[in-house]
Design a protein. Structure first.
Length: 141
């Protein structure tokens, strides 16, 4: 289930990036209903709603985390308070901060699939990010 819409409004300057105002309770009900119907993969990103989408998904999966596969993304920077996109950062330091923040917002001890959200980077840049950083985290199994 794609979770971009449950993030609600966020923007880059005056350009809207989200789906506009959403009802968080309705989003929670939709995620739980999806689980009831057999949906197991929930795809989100830390930037959806400037972190709000991950918080809503985490709340929706409370008590049912083991039934779900969470895929989230990182790479874009944002201000949670103002819900503004602020740029990009692929540094290992930002990766560590982003994964820690996503775990907190999702209220979970693991992320099943962690993806770099920036699609226009050369492969050599990406391979330089993950090997050392990935070794610092244990993989859920």
């Amino acid at each position: 289930m794609g979770c971009w819409a449950i993030g609600g409004p966020w923007a880059e300057g005056t350009r809207p990036l989200g789906w506009g105002r959403v009802d968080d309770e309705e989003s929670v009900r939709a995620v739980r209903r999806a689980l009831d119907l057999g949906v197991t993969l929930f795809d989100t990103a830390d930037t959806y709603g400037a972190g709000h989408g991950e918080r809503v998904l985490g709340r929706a999966l409370a008590g049912r985390r083991d039934e779900a596969v969470i895929a989230t993304k990182w790479g874009y920077t944002f201000d949670e308070r103002t819900r503004q996109a602020t740029g990009e950062d692929t540094s290992p330091a930002y990766l560590r901060r982003a994964v820690t923040d996503s775990l907190r917002r999702l209220d979970t001890d693991r992320i099943d699939l962690y993806q770099l959200h920036l699609g226009d980077l050369p492969p050599t840049h990406v391979t330089g990010i993950f090997p050392k950083s990935a070794q610092r985290r244990s993989v859920a199994g």
